[in-house]
Design a protein around this ligand. Structure first.
Ligand SMILES: Cc1cc2nc3c(=O)[nH]c(=O)nc-3n(C[C@H](O)[C@H](O)[C@H](O)COP(=O)(O)O)c2cc1C
Length: 247
């Protein structure tokens, strides 16, 4: 019986395929690609859980509304993780597990908003400076960027200095397509900006109840803010909220 050995060409081809597979496995195996809602693809290098939000406060809704002000001066202290978690919950947290409904109303419950946090130095206890994406479903953060980026955000927001002076900046972006798919242009022109307003007022009132200071900022370059938080190109920045302790 004669055993036919593979030709030199076949052996070389097999070796090349094996080599290429190894390189691809090494490259893609280094990243765990996680799909979050809305196709916001992230390399989940690090996720940070946030303390369970509280449903109670010593400050009544009426007091928070009456005392709310835009505050542009902040102390030097870091926020606690509890405060950060409470703010994010007020903006977009899930308040009904069974339905996934959130703290702020949303046309068709389509939830077009994505919330990012730019953390300064000192920004938040036990949280490195950088950019994080809020994931409402798990009430957690996914780190997107490490390092000092508040100065870039300040520059993007027509150099409003309090953007850099705050402990953190909360950036509210929107994926218009989630809403226009059902409501067309009316969704983009009306519903999505209305929803950012709801989230924004919740943030103001939650900051007030926590004794913190914040201001809503609409003056900025959309493209530059998107770059700073590394939001995908289908996301439109709508609001920036510097938050810090009151002076
Ligand atoms: C859509 C919108 C955009 C705003 N943009 C800015 C801004 O870019 N910079 C700023 O300092 N304040 C900004 N503000 C805050 C207003 O200046 C502030 O709400 C107003 O002076 C009334 O003060 P009050 O919020 O304390 O009641 C904005 C407010 C809104 C509603």
């Amino acid at each position: 019986m004669t055993i036919k050995l593979p030709s030199r060409r076949t052996v070389l081809t097999l070796l090349a395929v094996a080599g290429l597979s190894l390189v691809l496995a090494l490259v893609f195996g280094a990243f765990r690609i996680v799909r979050t809602d809305g196709g916001n693809r992230e390399q989940a290098v690090e996720s940070v859980s946030l303390p369970t939000p509280s449903g109670e406060s010593d400050v009544s809704v009426e007091e928070a509304i009456a005392n709310r002000r835009s505050r542009r001066e902040y102390d030097e202290n870091a926020l606690s993780r509890r405060e950060l978690g409470q703010l994010l919950w007020a903006a977009q947290g899930v308040t009904e597990r069974t339905t996934g409904y959130r703290a702020a109303p949303s046309a068709g419950a389509l939830y077009p908003l994505e919330v990012y946090v730019v953390v300064g130095t000192p920004g938040v206890d036990d949280l490195g400076s950088g950019v994080y994406h809020y994931r409402p479903e798990n009430h957690e953060l996914a780190r997107r960027k490490t390092g000092t980026v508040q100065s870039e955000l300040r520059a993007a927001a027509v150099d409003q200095e309090f953007v850099e002076e705050a402990a953190i900046d909360i950036v509210v972006c929107a994926v218009d397509e989630r809403t226009t798919g059902k409501y067309g242009e009316r969704g983009r022109k009306r519903y999505v900006p209305m929803e950012a307003g709801h989230a924004g007022e919740n943030l103001y009132l939650q900051a007030e109840a926590l004794g913190l200071a914040t201001v809503s900022i609409g003056a900025f370059s959309d493209d530059r803010v998107r770059d700073v938080v590394e939001a995908p190109s289908d996301q439109r920045p709508l609001y920036v909220f510097p938050v810090g302790g009151r002076q």
